[in-house]
Design a protein around this ligand. Structure first.
Ligand SMILES: Cc1cc2nc3c(=O)[nH]c(=O)nc-3n(C[C@H](O)[C@H](O)[C@H](O)COP(=O)(O)OP(=O)(O)OC[C@H]3O[C@@H](n4cnc5c(N)ncnc54)[C@H](O)[C@@H]3O)c2cc1C
Length: 371
């Protein structure tokens, strides 16, 4: 049975972290994997801060040359300027282009075949498998038994398979600028989104926002807060922008032999907008499902969904809190009982983190009424 499975063609659309890591996991096990990427270079253009929790080291330790910074401290700041200084497990900042490329090189070394500058456009059923129509140089039609949509927030695979749904987005915007700092991340908690400062080194940082509405206005307001009147000059520097899907608990992730991974499946934390770790965890769940045993949906619901759902609940609480309540929430985050939990638990394990924080500081239970 396993040998027969290994003769099947598995097609991955999208060479981001989710698609590359999935391609690596299955080609390492001897499966035939082909990856299609519409851009001519993997990882480019970059639309990401590259901040990843230590959880990545369990999944796929990034090579040293991809790591730009290591950070163990953060300031969580409310709109009313209440501040909590917390210590975290080590977070890293990666060069996203180099990180994505390193994952694709690992997959290619295991035998995955890459087609760059090739855009997936259409899907048709053909017997038990699919015919995939591509636009790019070379061959335009490919047969496949399995199709993996790891093609980002606007996933064409999800659209073609009827799994796109009524998804919503945050718009992320960011600049990399000179900014003297003491190697602390700043997370500014706000209704409808978040703003951040992530140091790259002592003298520079990634400064950005992600909001569901009025992202450009929020971006300018945040730059003004950080740089004062010089903000217009900063805002005109090279800005990167991209869509971040809002996690949907109702998102379908598989249909027949078509599966969605990462941003294509809205697998992004609604608190900090991080999607690298959840997408790669989902890749592990899908790889295990294809190799046998429980379905992808069941594995995803068991291993990835709970923390994404907990982040979704926290987002909802923040969105429904009054400014005074956000101040109170941040004050509680700065208390030792909660700080201890933040230090001992990964940001990517939001469910245990949230439960332990509430057990240590029952005043946090108050915020559940905002769900
Ligand atoms: C401003 C900003 C900052 C962010 N910062 C962070 C952060 O610090 N940490 C974090 O964890 N997350 C961050 N994110 C989110 C993170 O970038 C995504 O969650 C992550 O890239 C998702 O990986 P993925 O592999 O699922 O999809 P992507 O990285 O989006 O990869 C999808 C790939 O598919 C390709 N593709 C799309 N359509 C097709 C097609 N039809 N045919 C062929 N190829 C196709 C694309 O070119 C792309 O290469 C940020 C996002 C933004 C916008």
């Amino acid at each position: 049975m396993q040998t027969k499975m290994k003769e099947l063609m598995i097609t991955v659309i999208g060479a981001g972290p989710s698609g590359n890591y999935f391609a690596y996991l299955l080609s390492k096990k001897g499966y035939k994997v082909q990856v299609f990427e519409e851009n001519s270079r993997i990882g480019v253009p970059v639309q990401c801060t590259g901040l990843i929790s230590e959880e990545i080291n369990r999944i796929a330790r990034p090579p040293r040359e991809c790591i730009l910074n290591r950070i163990k401290k953060a300031r969580i700041i409310s709109p009313g300027k209440v501040e909590a200084r917390v210590e975290l497990k080590e977070n890293i900042v990666v060069d996203r282009a180099a990180f994505d490329l390193s994952l694709s090189e690992k997959a290619a070394l295991e035998g995955a075949e890459y087609y760059l500058s090739t855009r997936f456009e259409k899907l048709e059923r053909a017997g038990r498998g699919y015919l995939l129509r591509m636009r790019g140089k070379g061959q335009s039609t490919f047969r496949s038994d399995y199709v993996i949509g790891a093609d980002g927030p606007l996933s064409t695979v999800a659209k073609e398979a009827g799994m796109y749904g009524n998804r919503k987005f945050f718009t992320g915007m960011q600049i990399t600028a000179k900014y003297s700092n003491s190697n602390e991340i700043e997370f500014h908690l706000q209704k409808g989104g978040i703003s951040w400062i992530v140091p790259i080194d002592e003298e520079s940082a990634r400064i950005g926002v992600a909001f569901e509405k009025d992202a450009n206005k929020e971006f300018n307001a945040f730059l003004k807060k950080v740089f004062g009147d010089k903000y217009r000059k900063k805002a005109s520097e090279k800005k990167v922008a991209g869509l971040i899907p809002k996690f949907s608990p109702f998102q379908r992730v598989e249909k027949r032999s078509i599966f969605l991974l990462g941003d294509a499946a809205t697998q992004v934390k609604a608190t900090t907008m991080g999607g690298i770790v959840p997408g790669m965890k989902a890749a592990e769940a899908l790889s295990a499902a294809i190799q046998g045993g429980a379905s992808y949906t069941i594995r995803y619901l068991a291993k990835v969904f709970p923390d994404l759902y907990a982040s979704f609940v926290v987002r909802r609480i923040i969105d429904r809190c009054s400014p005074d309540e956000i101040d109170r929430l941040v004050t509680l985050m700065g208390e030792k009982k909660v700080k201890d939990v933040l230090l001992a638990n990964s940001r990517d394990r939001m469910l245990p983190l949230g439960l332990k924080a509430m057990a240590n500081e029952p005043k946090l239970l108050y915020f559940l009424k905002r769900i």
